[in-house]
Write a protein that binds this ligand. Structure first.
Ligand code: PLP
Length: 390
C-alpha cells in the first residue's frame, strides 16, 4: 500500500540520525568502536539490581507498578531538590533528557521560529528542533572578540529580519560532540545575549557529573534561573535503559510541560523513578560516580596517549575534562564522511563531525567516544584509524 498521502506534513521534516543508523548496521562489540556515546557497562549496578528492586518493593509495595504523577514521584523530586538545591516545584521528571529537549521544542517552537545552537551540536537535539520546523542557526562559540562580535551581529540580523528567536541550545559541560566545556565568560556572554534579545537558554547537562579534571563551572541556570531550562539525565550516572531525566525551570514553563506530557506519556516510568530515588538518597550514586569518573579519566588518558603516538602531523584533538567524547580535526583534504566505509571495512567506527554542524560543514572532523570501548582495544583502533588518515 502507498501510505505517502496519509503521512503528516511534519514527517517531511523528520531527520534520520546517521549515528543511530551506524548502530543498526554493525555489532559494536565486534569492532573497534569509537562511535556510540554508550556508557561502559561496568558502571551499571547490574548485579545489585534485584536487591534494589526488592528494597523499593518493600518500601512502596504496589505503588512501584502503578501509574504515577505526571510531574514525577515525590521521592525523586525531593531527592533531586536536595541534591541541586532547587525547590521541588521547579523540577519536572522526564522520560530521559531527550524528552526534555523534545518537550521544550514542543512548548516553545512555532514553524519558522529560530533556535540558536552551538556549532557543532548534539544531533538528537537538531533532529527534534527540525521536526517542529524550527529555523536552526549555528553559532561559532570561539572565545575571541571577533567571534563575539560576529555572534551578536548574526542575532541582530535575525531580529532585523523579523525572526522570532525562541532559545539557544547548549551542552556546556564536556559537550557532545566536541568534549569541550564553556568557560564562565562564555556562559555569561550567552546570558547577556539572551537578556538583551529576549530569548531563553536550554542548558542540556547529561555529562555534568562526569568531571574528572579541573573545577566545575557555574551552571547557566544559576546565572539566569529566570530564562534557563536546565536538563539532567540518569543515563550516564545510573543507566540509559531506564530512560529517566529531569528538567529544572520556572514553574510557569513547567506547567506547559506538565500539560504537554499528559498527552505524551502520562507519567515518567514509575519503577525506574523509585530505583533512581533510592540510588540517589542511599549515597550509591556518589559512590558509583567516583569509580565511573576514575574509569573514564583512564580511558581519556589512554586515548590521548595513543593519538599522540600514532596520529600524523596536521591532526589535532580536544582535551576533555570530563564526559565521553573527544573531537578530531584532520587536514582539510580529508573527508571523514567518505572515509567512513573504508574505516568500517577494516573494523573501526567513528562518527563524522559534519553531522553535528547545522549546515553539514567541517567534513574534516570526527567524534571519537572512549566510554564504551575496552582499554585493550583502544591502541589497536587508533593505530588503524591513523593509518587510514595518513
Ligand atoms: C547532549 C545530549 N543530550 C541528551 C542526550 C539524550 O540522553 P538521554 O539518554 O537522557 O535521553 C544525549 C545522549 O547521548 C546527549 O549526548
Amino acid at each position: 500500500m502507498d501510505y505517502s498521502e496519509l503521512f503528516s506534513a511534519d514527517t517531511h521534516n523528520f531527520m534520520r540520525s546517521p549515528v543511530r543508523d551506524i548502530f543498526k548496521k554493525v555489532d559494536l562489540s565486534k569492532i573497534y568502536s569509537f562511535a556510540g556515546g554508550y556508557p561502559h557497562p561496568s558502571t551499571f549496578p547490574t548485579d545489585r539490581l534485584a536487591s534494589m528492586v526488592e528494597t523499593v518493593r518493600q518500601k512502596y509495595g504496589d505503588k512501584i507498578l502503578q501509574y504515577g504523577a505526571t510531574q514525577g514521584t515525590n521521592e525523586l523530586q525531593e531527592a533531586l531538590s536536595k541534591r541541586y538545591d532547587v525547590p521541588a516545584d521547579n523540577i519536572q521528571i522526564t522520560t530521559s533528557s531527550q524528552q526534555g529537549i523534545d518537550v521544550t521544542a514542543r512548548v516553545l517552537v512555532d514553524p519558522g521560529d529560530v533556535v540558536l545552537v552551538a556549532d557543532p551540536s548534539y544531533l538528537g537535539a537538531i533532529q527534534s528542533f527540525k521536526s517542529y520546523r524550527a529555523d536552526i542557526v549555528g553559532l561559532d562559540l570561539t572565545p575571541s572578540f571577533e567571534a563575539s562580535k560576529q555572534r551578536r551581529a548574526t542575532i541582530q540580523a535575525l531580529v532585523d529580519a523579523g525572526k522570532k528567536i525562541k532559545f539557544f541550545y547548549t551542552v556546556p559541560d564536556f559537550q557532545n560532540p566536541s568534549g569541550e566545556t564553556l568557560t564562565l565568560a562564555q556562559r555569561s556572554e550567552l546570558v547577556a545575549l539572551a537578556r538583551e534579545f529576549g530569548f531563553l537558554i536550554l542548558e542540556d547537562c547529561p555529562y555534568r557529573e562526569l568531571r574528572y579534571e579541573g573545577q566545575p563551572q557555574t551552571t547557566i541556570y544559576t546565572l539566569a534561573p529566570e530564562r534557563t531550562i536546565h536538563l539532567g539525565s540518569f543515563s550516564k550516572v545510573f543507566a540509559p535503559g531506564l530512560r529517566l531525566g529531569w528538567m529544572i525551570a520556572a514553574p510557569e514553563i513547567l506547567d506547559k510541560v506538565y500539560v504537554c506530557k499528559q498527552a505524551l506519556d502520562l507519567c515518567p516510568p514509575v519503577l525506574d523513578q523509585y530505583l533512581a530515588a533510592e540510588w540517589l538518597s542511599s549515597g550509591e550514586l556518589d559512590r558509583n560516580l567516583e569509580k565511573t569518573r576514575e574509569l573514564y579519566r583512564g580511558k581519556r588518558d589512554l586515548m590521548i596517549s595513543m593519538l599522540e603516538k600514532y596520529m600524523p602531523e596536521g591532526v589535532s584533538w580536544t582535551h576533555p575534562e570530563g564526559g565521553l567524547f573527544l573531537f578530531l580535526t584532520l587536514p582539510e583534504h580529508i573527508d571523514t564522511v567518505a572515509l567512513y566505509d573504508k574505516a568500517l571495512a577494516v573494523g573501526v567506527a567513528y562518527v563524522a563531525g559534519s553531522f553535528f554542524y547545522a549546515n553539514g560543514t567541517h567534513r574534516n572532523t570526527m567524534r571519537l567516544s572512549y566510554s564504551f570501548i575496552d582499554d585493550e582495544k583502544i591502541e589497536g583502533g587508533i593505530r588503524i584509524l591513523a593509518s587510514l588518515i595518513r
